[in-house]
Ligand binder design. Structure first.
Ligand code: G3H
Ligand code: ZN
Length: 283
C-alpha cells in the first residue's frame, strides 16, 4: 500500500531501525525492490531522482510507483530524491508522490530554510512527508555534483535551528558518506552523528550508503539513522549481471533474458540491505 513517508519515518524512529530507500529508473528496478520488500515483510521507500524522472518521464515513474505500491502488501512510500526545484517537487505531489526531498543544501542556510518551509507548506496538507538536507554530501548523484573539497559536514547546532525553523519530517546529514563509488573506505564521523541525534528528534537520513561497510551502517542505525539511501550498489548489480549474461551468451537478444537476471541480481542487493538495516519483518 502507498503510505506517507511520515509513517515510515516515525515507525523506524520508534522501533530503532532504518528503512531502505532505493532509486528507481525503470520497471525492473522497481519490481526488484518491491518484490523483496514483500518477501521480507519490510517497509520501503522507492525513489526517483530528478535525473530518473527526466529519463523515464514523471507520468511513468508516478504511474509505475503507484501501481507497485498499491499492489504491495507492505507499506511503500514514493519519494523524489534530491529535488532541487520547488515546482518539480510540487508536480511530484500532484502526481501522487507520498514523500518528497527538497535538497537546498547548496544554498545559504537561510535560503535552504526558506525553500524547505515552502515545500512543507504544500506537502503537509497533502499528507506528504518532507526530507531536507543540511551540509553537503560529496560525489555525484545524477545531475547534481559536489566536489570533495566543497563537502561540508552538518553542524549539530545548525541542524537544531534548521528543523525548528522548517518543521521538516527528516533530515539528511553530511557525516562523511559520498554518492557514487568510494575510492577508499569511507570514514563516518559518528561523534557528529551522535551530537546531531542528541539535538534533534527529527529522523536522520544517511545518503551515499552504497559501499559503506556493514558495521558502520549498523552503528549509524544505532545512533538514530532512520532512512538509508542506496543507488550505486543497485546500478553495479544491474550492470554486472547484464555484462555476465552477454559475455556468456553473446547472441542473446531477448530483453527479458538480459534484464531478468539483472533484476534477480538487484533483488539480492536489496535483500541484504533490508536485513542489514533492520527493516525486514517490520511491515
Ligand atoms: O540519494 C541517493 C543516495 O544517496 C545514493 O547513494 O550513490 O551511495 O548509492 P549511493
Ligand atoms: Zn543522496
Amino acid at each position: 500500500m502507498l503510505v506517507s513517508g511520515k509513517e515510515l519515518f516515525q515507525d523506524a524512529k520508534r522501533r530503532k531501525y532504518a528503512v531502505g530507500a532505493f532509486n528507481i529508473n525503470n520497471m525492473e528496478i522497481m519490481q526488484a525492490i518491491v518484490e523483496v520488500a514483500e518477501e521480507l515483510n519490510s517497509p520501503v521507500f522507492i525513489q526517483a531522482s530528478q535525473g530518473g524522472i527526466k529519463y523515464a518521464g514523471l507520468e511513468y515513474i508516478a504511474g509505475m510507483g503507484k501501481i507497485a505500491a498499491a499492489k504491495a502488501k507492505v507499506p511503500v512510500a514514493l519519494n523524489i530524491d534530491h529535488g532541487t526545484d520547488f515546482n518539480q517537487v510540487v508536480r511530484c505531489i500532484r502526481h501522487g508522490f507520498s514523500a518528497v526531498m527538497i535538497d537546498g543544501s547548496k544554498l545559504p542556510f537561510e535560503e535552504n530554510v526558506a525553500i524547505t518551509r515552502k515545500v512543507v507548506e504544500v506537502a503537509h496538507p497533502n499528507d506528504v512527508s518532507v526530507e531536507a538536507e543540511l551540509g553537503k554530501i560529496t560525489g555525484v548523484e545524477d545531475d547534481i555534483a559536489v566536489a570533495e573539497h566543497e563537502g561540508l559536514f552538518t553542524d549539530p547546532d545548525e541542524a537544531y535551528a534548521f528543523v525548528q525553523q522548517t518543521n521538516c519530517d527528516a533530515l539528511a546529514v553530511a557525516i562523511g558518506t559520498a554518492h557514487g563509488v568510494y575510492r577508499g573506505e569511507p570514514k563516518l564521523d559518528f561523534d557528529r552523528l551522535q551530537a546531531i541525534a542528541s539535538k534533534i528528534d527529527t529522523p536522520i537520513v544517511l545518503h551515499g550508503a552504497s559501499g559503506v561497510p556493514d558495521d558502520a551502517i549498523r552503528k549509524a542505525v544505532s545512533l538514530g539513522v532512520c532512512k538509508i539511501n542506496i543507488d550505486t550498489e543497485l546500478r553495479l548489480a544491474f550492470a554486472q549481471a547484464i555484462k555476465q549474461v552477454l559475455n556468456e551468451n553473446p547472441d542473446e537478444y531477448d530483453p527479458r533474458k538480459i534484464l531478468g537476471p539483472a533484476k534477480e541480481a538487484m533483488k539480492n542487493t536489496v535483500r541484504a540491505k533490508m536485513q542489514l538495516f533492520g527493516s525486514a519483518g517490520k511491515a
